[in-house]
Design a protein around this ligand. Structure first.
Ligand SMILES: [Zn+2]
Length: 480
């Protein structure tokens, strides 16, 4: 049979039908631009990374509102509210791989992770540092809290349908990206407020770093509740960090508290048991480390079993990988017969890119890409009820970080030839570059670039996820 005949046969037997997404899995590589993924593929020297193996590929803008200027409190809080951001492809490029016509253009006024995460989570642009806050009209007093309006997020909509929900990250659980999927507040560094909102939300799974009793090397330290209690500017909070932490340890909102690596692995191993008994329906997983799972470490604990280290420094052996957290989360959430939404963030890709640290960036993006593989394997697993006709998987970035330049080498040469910023002078901030989208499953085709210059916007990610769970999409006539 020729290929043409084979396709004709498939068309004849595949009448299009509308499918809804019972499972929506959004993976966000924080700061992961097109050239970051290219560098990963070159470093691994493979034809395609796991994320690139997803069926549809597109790219999108990431700008926020008020993308110019650094107004507000000390330039760090509540910028001038009403200016609209934009992206000009004549200056920044029509595709992510087009070298920017005006390279400096993409360095100006880039979004932060809070505004970008909010756009992905709720489908609306907001202002710098804000989490799901409706932008105030021009002239509104910048420091007046508690009168702002909030956007519901995809987590709110999923919960309204009875779906389970979760957020997972390689950085503190209360950091901007996971926070953007549930918290509503004007300022991303109101960690006390954000932690409280997350802990008392209906999220079934919360996993990440931010442990008060361990440092960046996973060593015990004097308690530090920065990610549980710090607030700045207007906020609503009535509990201190230690009280919140104690409530989490004691199972707040029915979430079983886990912190040992072996417990994450027990949840992840797929045997349907936890400590020999039934799997918990809700979990708060707090890795025994401060800021990042691995990216901020500065030790060598001599563990020779670490097979994916890039930088020649062993990993902290007591900390689970993002891949393990991903598997654990899927095992917990799949118990809900109404399906689930989960956001999984490779948060420290951004941290390593801010530092222009290629070895650490590669470590982080490798773990992230393995997490994508874990998701693909989960969808392909015939035993859990998921398949590509009831699941939407989307892999995106919230923005690019470091203005990483294209490389023309493979393997270890990628580390030697790394080049960040225009003329390799380094760039330690976010950019406005177009970022890639990889997707497969229900409604995923809507995210594909149909021609060079077919640029989506980050708000469109929400809209496609929303459509996937509310109304569904026609399945492609050709099988996925
Ligand atoms: Zn970010």
């Amino acid at each position: 049979m020729t290929n043409r005949e084979r396709i004709a046969e498939r068309v004849a037997f595949h009448k299009p039908e509308i499918n809804k997404a019972k499972y929506v899995i959004l993976l966000i590589g924080d700061g992961m631009g097109y050239w970051h993924v290219d560098a990963l593929r070159r470093y691994l020297n493979v034809a395609r990374t796991n994320m690139e193996s997803l069926r549809y590929f597109g790219y999108m803008t990431t700008f926020m509102r008020n993308s110019t200027g650094e107004g507000g409190l000390s330039g760090e809080y509540w910028d001038a509210p009403s200016e609209l951001g934009s992206y000009d492809p004549n200056l920044g490029g029509y595709t992510p791989w087009q070298i920017q016509p005006v390279p400096a253009y993409v360095d100006e006024g880039a979004t932060d992770s809070a505004a970008a995460g909010s756009a992905l989570a709720n489908g609306h642009k907001t202002v710098k540092y804000a989490l799901n806050v409706v932008p105030k009209p021009e002239g509104y007093p910048a420091d007046e809290a508690f009168t702002v309006k909030y956007y519901p997020t995809i987590v709110d909509f999923a919960e309204a349908k009875g779906m389970a929900t979760g957020v997972v990250t390689s950085v503190p659980f209360s950091h901007a990206t996971p926070a953007a999927f549930i918290a509503k507040t004007q300022y991303r560094k109101n960690y006390g407020e954000i932690a409280r909102q997350m802990i008392f939300s209906n999220l079934d799974v919360i996993m990440g770093a931010g442990h008060p009793y361990y440092d960046d090397n996973g060593k015990p330290r004097e308690a530090n509740f920065y990610y549980w209690s710090t607030n700045k500017g207007p906020y609503i909070n009535d509990e201190d960090g230690e009280t919140l932490y104690e409530k989490v340890v004691n199972g707040a909102r029915g979430r079983v508290f886990v912190e040992e690596k072996s417990d994450f692995e027990d949840l992840a191993d797929g045997d349907g048991l936890f400590h020999g008994g039934p799997m918990p329906k809700r979990v708060f997983g707090l890795a025994q480390v401060a800021n990042t799972l691995q990216a901020n470490r500065n030790i060598d604990d001599g563990d020779p079993s670490d097979d994916w280290k890039v930088g020649g420094q062993a990993f902290i052996s007591k900390v689970p990988s993002l891949e393990t957290m991903t598997k654990a989360t899927l095992e917990v959430l799949e118990q809900d017969e109404d399906g689930f939404f989960v956001m999984i963030e490779g948060g420290a890709i951004d941290w390593a890119s801010h530092a222009n640290n290629m070895t650490r960036m590669l470590e982080e993006i490798i773990d992230f890409d393995k997490s994508v593989k874990a998701v693909i394997d989960w969808v392909n697993d015939p035993t859990n009820g998921s398949n590509w006709n009831n699941t939407l998987v989307v892999v995106v970035a919230d923005h690019e970080t470091g203005h990483l330049q294209p490389l023309n080498v493979t393997g270890d040469e990628v580390i030697k030839e790394q080049c960040w910023g225009v003329n390799c002078e380094g760039w330690h901030h976010h950019t406005n570059s177009l970022v890639p989208i990889y997707a497969q499953g229900v409604c995923a085709r809507a995210l594909a670039a149909k021609y060079d210059g077919d640029i989506k916007d980050n708000t469109y990610i929400f809209k496609v996820m929303y459509q996937a769970i509310q109304r569904g999409c026609y399945t492609p006539i050709l099988p996925e």
